[in-house]
Design a protein around this ligand. Structure first.
Ligand code: EPU
Length: 329
């Protein structure tokens, strides 16, 4: 038995039958060839987007492939190949220290580089797909494959790597294209307003602004168990929005430009009165209603019970179905 307590940021105390890490593509292929990887297995990053609802009766796999290497450089940009086991925010820091533009709005997102490409992490107007050039994988048959970004099927918090038939593909490296030319994404929320307090933008200034916004809203998983946004923001048609605005004229929304809009689930959850409320040891964060927290000793089932209650409220009040962003195991 292997404890997964240190491998999920929700702080759920469950076990797996066994746990295995590999440090290179060669070692992973050796494990596969020698039959060391047995079914069922689950490949995890740092467990910042996972909720275990019970013990995992199988093998947990984790990449320890490291390395940040520039493989191509022009006047305008660089192509950098990063090991799936690198901590995402360490990579963001590397970009900022070396003067490469693009990743700064994704500062402080928990998790690892491999998972960032599976989940298409995003924040403050940037999604990681905007930076990805290609994703390198090894299959359970031991075959390497490189997916150019156009073949990764990226949509909001989703990719082909989340499909059930791809659960036995291991992401080993991700290649990112970053700009050497100064440019920023400033249109989300209060970024521009906060920038006015600085004489001019820089990568470091942008990072500091993002870190401040995140720290003011999102709980630190080292202090209180959580997995960031628990739900995805639902996408509805403009027709549905028009009807909703008649009853809720204050409802915020983001126009996707294709006849659909995204509605902040956090706003709806707050309207339903859930912000800061608890159901046993599982609670809704008091500064951002999209985040569920473990107040101590919660089981995965406690969190799911709270999630179900919230989903029912949002369905009854707004006629909208919201879905977890977190992977429930
Ligand atoms: N809002 C409320 N009450 C709340 C939360 C939000 O009224 O309790 C309103 C805000 O006032 C604002 C809108 O909802 O008008 C959007 O809020 P916010 O900027 O905090 O972003 P979000 O839509 O709730 C998403 C991502 C976050 C990301 C932020 C910033 C998802 C599921 N979540 O949250 O990502 O950091 O935008 O870009 O898309 C994550 O995925 O784990 C995550 C933290």
């Amino acid at each position: 038995m292997y404890s997964l307590l240190a491998h999920n940021t929700f702080g759920i105390d469950v076990n797996a039958n066994s746990f295995l890490e590999y440090t290179s593509v060669e070692e992973l292929k050796e494990f596969i060839a020698n039959g060391i990887i047995t079914y069922p297995f689950l490949h995890i990053g740092s467990g910042s987007n996972l909720l275990f609802t019970g013990n995992y009766e199988g093998l947990i796999l984790h990449s320890q492939i490291h390395g940040i290497n520039i493989i191509e450089e022009t006047e305008h940009d660089i192509l950098v190949r990063v090991g799936a086991g690198e901590i995402w925010d360490d990579f963001v820091m590397w970009c900022i220290e070396h003067g490469y533009y693009g990743a700064e709005n994704l500062s402080l997102i928990p998790g690892e580089v491999g998972a960032s490409a599976v989940q298409n992490i995003g924040a403050y107007g940037v999604e990681v797909k905007d930076l990805i050039d290609s994703v390198e994988t090894v299959s359970i048959q031991g075959e390497k494959h490189i997916y150019p970004v156009a073949e990764c099927g990226y949509t909001y918090r989703n990719s082909i790597f989340k499909l059930p038939e791809n659960k036995s593909l291991f992401v080993t490296h991700v290649c990112f294209r970053l700009s050497k030319i100064e440019s920023y994404t400033l249109d989300y929320g209060t970024i521009r307003q906060k920038l006015e307090q600085h004489s001019q933008p820089s990568l470091k200034v942008l990072r500091d602004i993002i870190v401040d916004i995140r720290k003011s809203k999102l709980p630190d998983p080292k202090v209180i168990g959580n997995a960031g946004s628990f739900f995805m923001n639902p996408i509805v048609t403009k027709a549905k929005l028009t009807t909703l605005l008649q009853t809720y004229p204050q409802m915020p929304y983001y126009d996707l430009g294709n006849g659909n809009v995204k509605i902040p689930a956090g706003w709806m959850i707050e309207q339903c009165g859930w912000k800061g409320r608890a159901l046993g040891p599982a609670a809704v964060h008091d500064k951002q209603a999209l985040v569920l927290v473990n107040r101590g000793g919660a089981t995965g089932r406690d969190i799911v019970a709270l999630s179900d209650a919230i989903r029912a409220s949002v369905r009854t009040t707004f006629g909208i179905e919201i879905y977890p962003e977190v992977n429930i195991i």
